[in-house]
Ligand binder design. Structure first.
Ligand code: PGA
Length: 256
């Protein structure tokens, strides 16, 4: 049993995977499996599949999120999607600052913060990702790096806003590599994140924020990770692409 009153959230991050039809089939299959679960279920799907995923998930336990958004409401930003456009579809969840966006699309804490403000202004829930590189871990500066990312990404965010913010700790060296942080390593960083949040806001705010772990989460390691005090769920890439596999993870989470 988890000691805290926080919910458990299992989020899938599909990245650039699945066609619209594949999305429809996946959500159709999953929704019948998860309808009576107490675990929260969220799928971060590609922009083109958002509408289909949302329609298919109506009246089910599954929530749908975008994997990114722009910080401006509209304008000359070729190839971008605004928060208002997502809201128009009925989407109210967004993933921000994933390390792949930081690495391949030059996202910085600064523009993640702008995106977060834009999303919160429209009553979205945002998952903000942070994580250290292997070099940073080896140099023993993980907690410093994560603290800086948290402070920068949450600049000018109020404790009221924090009710709609989820933090995902994803060590970059563990993403898609098959290498997971040990439960002790993950717990230590998540605990530190909660401490940083307490300093920035207050005990209650920090205590209520959901903190997810991400990086090669699979059914073999989900249990031990979720048993840790400060880990409230998982952000799952590869293992979220197969519906049976993803559902197995949710079922394990259900028993924690
Ligand atoms: P992974 O990806 O589970 O495939 O390591 C996690 C993520 O990038 O969110």
């Amino acid at each position: 049993m988890k000691e805290s009153n926080r919910k458990v959230l299992i989020a899938g991050n599909w990245k650039m995977n699945k066609t619209v039809k594949e999305t429809e089939d996946f959500v159709y299959e999953l929704k019948n499996k998860v309808n009576n679960t107490k675990t929260e279920v969220l799928l971060c799907v590609p922009f083109l599949s958002l509408k289909k995923a949302l329609d298919e998930s109506q009246n089910s336990k599954i929530k749908i999120a975008a994997q990114n958004c722009h910080f401006k409401e509209s304008g000359a930003f070729t190839g971008e999607v605004s928060v208002l456009m997502l809201k128009d579809l009925g989407i109210y969840n967004v993933l921000l600052g994933h390390s792949e966006r930081r690495q391949y699309f030059n996202e910085t804490d600064y523009n993640i913060n702008l995106k977060l403000k834009a999303a919160l202004k429209e009553n979205f829930t945002a998952i903000v990702c942070v994580g250290e590189t292997l070099e940073e871990r080896k140099s023993n500066i993980t907690n410093e790096i994560i603290s800086i990312q948290i402070k920068n990404c949450l600049k000018d965010i109020s404790s009221e806003d924090m009710k709609n913010v989820i933090i995902a700790y994803e060590p970059i060296w563990a993403i898609g590599t098959g290498e997971t942080a040990s439960k002790e390593q993950a717990q230590l960083v998540c605990k530190n994140i909660r401490g940083v949040l307490e300093n920035l806001f207050d005990f209650e705010t920090a205590n209520n924020v959901l903190i997810l772990y991400g990086g090669s989460v699979k059914k073999e390691n989900i249990k031990e990770l979720l048993e840790e005090k400060d880990i409230d769920g998982a952000l799952i890439g590869g293992a979220s692409l197969d519906v049976e596999n993803f559902n197995d993870i949710i079922e394990i989470a259900e028993k924690i």
